[in-house]
Design a protein around this ligand. Structure first.
Ligand code: FAD
Length: 458
């Protein structure tokens, strides 16, 4: 064990922290407990605003002695499934945003609270990039532990497959550096198996020499959803792995944050990122452009601007969403989706997106982690703005309707990162059993409180 002086209570913990301890009675309590997902009202036992790996060790130790749990959280993008936190210390890592780029090795090392925007900016200086998702303000660690589906996923697979090592504090308070040879089982579990196995304090992962992408969005009025989504799916299955795309139903609210030509309107959209020279990409995109989109933003895009493509909210937002995976997407599935969410339907979902998988995602990587590929054709994510309980109730109903409509084509497994409501089984049974054994070995008392928990075996 690495502790010099055992912490017996919260006062002692407060005393040893480099960062801060915030209690329900403290000033700043509401800010400290707020998640990015503003619809989630987190009420933990206390909040630790960690400033260092030492703080993480001290917090885990204190929680163990006090019979509490610890929930690591960088941003709170996926806070919704955490459940009650009354006996849990919320361990916020948002001040630990260090990023180091080793340009020679093409490797990034990030602290627990780093955002994708931090990595993209730092790596771009060296002509490199990481496998970021659509939103630049998502936390690198939470995203990667859950898998990590990027704009380059069909070529490079999941972000979790490119992790080289992690610094992690396990439930016994031990800080460990783990990789393919040190604590290999734990290293396997955290790559796609989620955040239930310890508190990651730093992550090291591969970067790629990408500076520009031919990328953007094609938009048509939502009335053309059947034609456009049908054509997109046929097209998507014909393009090489250098193209990652999605089809989408978008209902944009009339708010100033949405640019004028889109504000308050509903669309069917195709978004694509092509790691191809512009001429080849344009040739590939021709069948979609032949459908006469009303707007077309596809162009050579600097890697630092790719984060704007999907128009994700850039600030904490009250949203409620959920995902599922589809084994296939035949015409009957499209019809079923459009029956509940197509042009004629009155649904409170801002987005229903269908992300094309396959390519490098289908077969995963040798030596990958718990989730090294996605055994599905499409990852669906749907969500709506939920500023109050009535809006949330309506969005939950709509999410259930989309799920029920697509149920006949549902894949066996689900994707952690796109799951914001608890319930589904994520992994194949053998993976699930192995994760439970590893959880039992490293956290038998279930001290680490994860949004998508794995119960210790036995
Ligand atoms: C607008 C938006 C866009 C998104 N786009 C994509 C996308 O393109 N691709 C994709 O794959 N996902 C995407 N996601 C999903 C996102 O990857 C997940 O919500 C992810 O869990 C967010 O990680 P976070 O750290 O920001 O969130 P948090 O809520 O802070 O963390 C989520 C969970 O990760 C674990 N965790 C976080 N930090 C640590 C740590 N230091 N140690 C151990 N466990 C930890 C914990 O279990 C925690 O509950 C998107 C989500 C949103 C809301």
């Amino acid at each position: 064990m690495s502790f010099s002086s055992p912490v017996m209570d919260l006062d002692e913990l407060e005393h040893v922290l480099d960062g801060a301890l915030v209690r329900p009675s403290s000033p700043g309590w509401d800010a400290a407990r707020a998640a990015w997902q503003l619809a989630v009202d987190q009420r933990p036992y206390a909040v630790v605003l960690a400033a260092s790996a030492r703080d993480v060790v001290a917090t885990v130790e204190a929680a163990a002695r006090l019979g509490l749990r610890v929930a690591p959280q960088a941003t709170g993008h996926n806070a919704a499934p955490l459940g009650p936190l009354g006996r849990t210390i919320l361990l916020r890592t948002s001040a630990m945003r260090g990023v180091e780029i080793d340009a020679g090795r093409q490797v990034a090392r990030v602290e627990a609270g780093a955002l994708w925007a931090d990595v993209t900016a730092a790596a771009a200086v060296h002509g490199l990039t990481g496998l970021a998702g659509s939103a630049p303000d998502v936390g690198v660690v939470g995203y990667t532990l859950g898998g990590g589906l990027s704009w380059f996923a069909r070529l490079h697979g999941l972000a979790a497959n490119h992790v080289l090592s992690a610094d992690i504090v396990t439930a016994d308070g031990e800080p460990r550096t783990i990789d393919a040879t040190r604590d290999a089982a734990l290293f396997w579990a955290i790559r796609g198996g989620g955040g239930g196995f310890g508190v990651v304090t730093a992550l090291e992962f591969r970067l790629f020499p990408i500076t520009e992408v031919h990328a953007g969005m094609l938009l048509w009025p939502i009335e053309r959803a059947a034609e456009v989504l049908g054509a997109w799916w046929e097209w998507a299955r014909s393009v090489p792995e250098t193209v990652t795309s999605l089809g989408r139903l978008l209902r944009l609210p009339p708010i100033p944050q949405i640019p004028e030509p889109l504000r308050g309107r509903s669309f069917v959209a195709v978004e694509a990122a092509c790691l191809l020279d512009p001429a080849t990409a344009d040739l590939l995109l021709a069948p979609l452009r032949a459908l006469g989109p009303e707007m077309d933003t596809v162009r050579p895009t600097p890697i630092t601007e790719l984060g704007a493509l999907h128009m994700d909210p850039q600030e904490p937002t009250p949203v409620t969403g959920d995902g599922l995976q589809l084994a296939g997407f035949p015409p009957a599935a499209l019809e079923a989706l459009l029956r509940v969410a197509g042009p004629g339907a009155d649904v409170p979902l801002l987005t229903i997106e269908l992300r094309h998988l396959g390519g490098a995602l289908a077969y995963g990587q040798q030596g990958g982690g718990a989730v090294s590929g996605m055994d599905a054709a499409i990852a669906v994510f749907s969500g709506g703005i939920t500023p109050d309980a009535d809006a949330a109730a309506a969005v939950h109903v709509a999410l259930d309707e989309v799920g029920a409509a697509l149920a006949p084509w549902r894949a066996e497994t689900a994707y952690r990162n796109f799951t914001e409501r608890s319930g589904p089984r994520f992994d194949r049974l053998e993976t699930h059993i192995r994760l439970q054994r590893i959880k039992a070995a490293y956290d038998p008392a279930d001290l680490i409180h994860a949004n998508h928990p794995v119960t210790p075996a036995g």
